[in-house]
Structures are given as C-alpha cells and as structure tokens.
Design a protein around this ligand. Structure first.
Ligand SMILES: Cc1ncc(COP(=O)(O)O)c(C=O)c1O
Length: 498
C-alpha cells in the first residue's frame, strides 16, 4: 500500500499556532482517518523518519502519537516491517459524521422551545447591568450576600457523609421542616414537612410533575396569557396545551361542553396571575376545585412570587382548600432570594410524595447539599423573614418610583397602574404596536423588559410590556425611565425610516 503514505500525508494538517500539542493533533487526525475508513485495515503507515521529514516535526512527536494509537488498538507494529492499521477499529463499518439518528421528536420539540424562550434570553432579554426592568430581576444590592456567604462557608468545608454523600431524594429533612414552617406561616398551606420535596427551582418541579402525571397526548390547560415555565414542561412531554382566558376573577374554566376530552391537568397562578397580576376570586377557586373533582384532573398551583406582597391579605392557596388531594403547589426561592440559587419545593398530597421524590431523583437528583444546608440555616435563623420584610418595603418604594417616573415621562406611551404583589407592573401600550418588536427595539438600546406577547398562546391581547421595578433603585428610577423613553424614541425613528 505505497499510496497510503501519500493519502495519509495529504490529509494531515498540523497547526503550530494551536494550543493543542502537535503529538495530540497527529494522534487525533490519524484516529479520525482510521475511524472513517480513510485508512483501511492493513494500511501500512509511512515510517517515522518519513513523517518527521514530511511533516517537519520531531521524532518524539510522531513516536508519541504512534504509541498512543497502538495502545488503543488503532495501530499494530510488526517487528522489522513497519506500522499497520489494526483490524480492531477499521473492520467496523466506517464511521461517517451525521450517520447517527436524529433527535427524538420530543427532544427536538423540547430543545427548540427552550432555545426560543430560554437560551435566547441572555442575549436578547437580559441586561449586563445590575439594574434593569426585567420582571424577574431582584434587587442585587439587597441580596443578603454576607449572611449567605457565611452560611455557605459554614457548610462548604464539611466532610461528613451527610454533607458530601448522595443526599435524601426528598431533600434535607431539616430544610423540609423549615420550608413547611415557612409556607404554613406565609401562605397558610396547612402542610407537614412530610409533604414537601425540595427541588432545584420550580422548573424542575414542573418537569417532574409532567413525567409523573401525564402521558403524551394528555390535554393540559394553562392560562392564556400565562407563565412559560410550566407550559414548556407539559408541552415537552408531548401534551397538547389549551389556553383559558383570564378575567378579573382569574383564570376562566374551560368549556366542558365543546366535545373535547377534559384536561388531565390545569396549571394555574391563583395567588397572583402571572403576568397580569389578578388574584383569583374565592368563587373561582371553588369552581376550579370542583372542576378537578368532576373531571378527575390535577391542578398544579404555581405559587412562585406571592410572598412579595405590598398591600392587602393573600387569599388561601388552592392546596389549603382542596380536600380531594388533587392540588399540588410549586414554590420557588427565585424571587424571594435569587434565581441563580436554583432552590424551590413542591408541596404534595401524601400519596404523591414518594413517587415524586423517586422521579425527581431519576431526572436530576436533589439540589447541591451545601445549598440545602445553607438555606436550612437561612430559614431556621429567621434571615428569610427579615429579608422579606426589607425587600417588601424596598420594592414597594421602587414600584412607586417607577409609576411616578412613567407618569411624568412616558404616559404618552404606556399606561401602568400599581400592583399588590410581585416584581413587575403591566405597562399597556397606548399605540397598537407589536410588543415583542418594542421589547426588542428597547433591548437593542440597552433597556430590558419582557413583552406580554411572549406569554400568550393564541389569544389576541392588547400590547403590553412587563416592567420590573425590583431591579432598579428608587433614586435611579427617573434616569432609568428616561433611558427607556429615549431608547423608545430611537427605535421608533429607526422603524419609521426603514
Ligand atoms: C409564576 C412563576 N412560575 C415559575 C417561575 C420559575 O421559577 P424557577 O426559577 O424556580 O424555575 C417563576 C419565576 O420566579 C414565576 O414567577
């Protein structure tokens, strides 16, 4: 096989400027040629001397590459007769790039939805600055960094089995107890620690619930407009979602006489509709519970930001009202602490706790123990209560400052009113423009908001922006809103000119 050397050498390209050492480059390229069948079984390789001369590399470079390929079964040396491609790899069918199966339908659907709504976010919707109007942005200056660092430090150096081994699939028991105390106190859930499973945020809880409660094809009801987290998890399991409108009493019940099979599950935000901010009325709550009982359906109660309440009293959770054990509540520390911490919880009817904990472990195992231990102390020592008290005052002042600034500088563009809870107000656009285009235009000018259009399924809604107030200091609000007004003017001039 005299020609092999020529073929081989023509295919080899070593890059002296690359960080990867030359012997590794040579090894990798020869291995690829063998795996793809470019160098078939039995091909005799050029001698070390030839390769040294032709490639202009040292002998040690060639020898190291050959030694590694020989050790891994790609090459074989015959004493006095040179080096040959061995049969081990090259006898298998030649491996060609892209000969593998495609993504599953479910995988492709899941990842493309994620790409649209999550992966794009850092580039298009997320600010580089510490202050912005992003609806999920908490006050970074108010984050209890010193306490959190101290609590993490307390546990980070531990080497006992509890701290460094695999942890309880339900979550750290003292954390479950602390969360039960917290949700019973702040949200009146009336649950025990045994009913809590710790998750790495609400998103994980939705995914586990989707696997646990739904088969592909099971219809799911979501609010339209509605939060994307739960909807994406249910759609990713191959479940068709049907949107129900939201009126001034909260999510409207689905039509039960339209011939469609009843939904297996409804995902709702009763405490405070996300994103519109409407609290579900007591009558509507009773109707939803009766709907679940009549149809044998589940209700997933997404209760992710209701603790941040500025006025008025919270109505009880659906979980607390439901005696038929068909309601599951999902909570998160993303808004009361910070989204990057990735800690949340699911409050379940007793008989779902074990299945949920098992499925949760299969899907992703519990959150990092050091975080669970730090959060346990954070809750048990009362830091979350102090943080909530502080941030409620801070965010109420920020909301007032935002509304004042909008009133003074942008009332010709948006109409916004106060909210009782949460981190954003709805800014209803005065002009009938596409809110997604407006949000993109503002983001191009360095001003970040979320458009209502991203939250709707099929409903025609007036255009609006979710304008977050928690992430901007009250004293910076006039300038920040001024920047929004200027970015809007610039965007409008650009679109008018194009
Ligand atoms: C209503 C609602 N659902 C779900 C989530 C997602 O929460 P997580 O960051 O824990 O996944 C949020 C964000 O805080 C939210 O506001």
């Amino acid at each position: 096989m005299k020609s092999a050397g020529g073929r081989l050498l023509a295919g080899l390209e070593l890059d002296r400027a690359a960080a990867q050492p030359l012997h590794q480059q040579l090894y990798a390229q020869l291995r690829t040629q063998i795996l793809t069948g470019t160098l078939p079984t039995g091909t005799r390789l050029p001698s070390t001397r030839t390769l040294v001369t032709e490639l202009g590399v040292s002998r040690i470079t060639v020898v190291s590459a050959f030694e590694q390929l020989t050790a891994e079964g790609f090459l074989r040396s015959r004493a006095g007769d040179g080096t040959y491609v061995d049969t081990l790899w090259s006898d298998a069918a030649p491996q060609r790039p892209m000969s593998r199966p495609p993504l599953s339908e479910r995988g492709a659907a899941t990842s493309s939805r994620g790409t649209d709504l999550f992966s794009e976010a850092p580039h298009v919707w997320a600010p580089a600055e510490t202050e912005s109007f992003v609806a999920s942005q908490v006050a970074s200056s108010a984050f209890p960094a010193a306490t959190w660092k101290r609590l993490l430090g307390r546990h980070a150096g531990r080497t006992d089995p509890l701290a460094i081994g695999y942890s309880d699939p339900h979550g750290h028991r003292p954390l479950r107890e602390a969360i039960a105390d917290y949700v019973n106190d702040v949200r009146g859930l009336g649950c025990t620690a045994d009913q809590i499973v710790v998750t790495s945020g609400a998103q994980q809880a939705f995914n586990v619930l989707a696997v646990l409660l739904l088969d592909a094809g099971d219809p799911v009801v979501v609010e339209d407009p509605g939060h994307i987290s739960g909807r994406l998890a249910f759609q990713s399991q191959g479940c068709p979602v049907r949107g129900v409108p939201v009126d001034n009493e909260g999510a409207v019940l689905p039509d039960e006489h339209d011939g469609a099979p009843p939904a297996r599950l409804a995902c709702l935000t009763p405490a405070r509709h996300h994103p519109l901010g409407i609290a579900m009325s007591p009558a509507r709550r009773a109707e939803w519970i009766a709907w679940a009982q009549r149809n044998g359906s589940w209700i997933v109660e997404d209760d992710c930001d209701s603790e941040l309440r500025y006025r008025g009293k919270l109505l009880p959770t659906l979980f607390g009202l439901d005696l038929s054990r068909q309601v599951i509540t999902v909570g998160s520390f993303s808004k009361v602490l910070a989204p990057s911490i990735r800690l949340g919880y699911c409050v379940l009817p007793e008989d779902l706790v074990e299945p949920f904990a098992s499925a949760s472990s299969v899907i992703g195992r519990p959150p990092a123990m050091v975080l669970q231990l730090a959060l346990t102390d954070f809750l048990a020592e009362g830091h979350l209560h102090s943080h909530l008290r502080r941030t409620r005052r801070l965010y109420a002042a920020r909301q007032d400052a935002l509304l004042d600034a909008i009133d003074q500088q942008m009332s010709h563009r948006v109409q916004a009113g106060p909210v009782d809870a949460g981190l954003h107000v709805m800014g209803w656009l005065r002009e009938p423009v596409d809110d997604i285009e407006v949000a993109r235009g503002l983001a191009a000018g360095g001003v970040y908001t979320y458009p209502l259009g991203e939250y709707k399924l099929t409903r025609q809604l007036p255009p609006a922006l979710l304008i977050g107030f928690a992430g901007t200091a009250a004293e910076h609000m006039p300038q920040a809103v001024g920047r929004m007004a200027a970015a809007w003017d610039r965007w409008e001039r650009t679109t008018a000119g194009s």
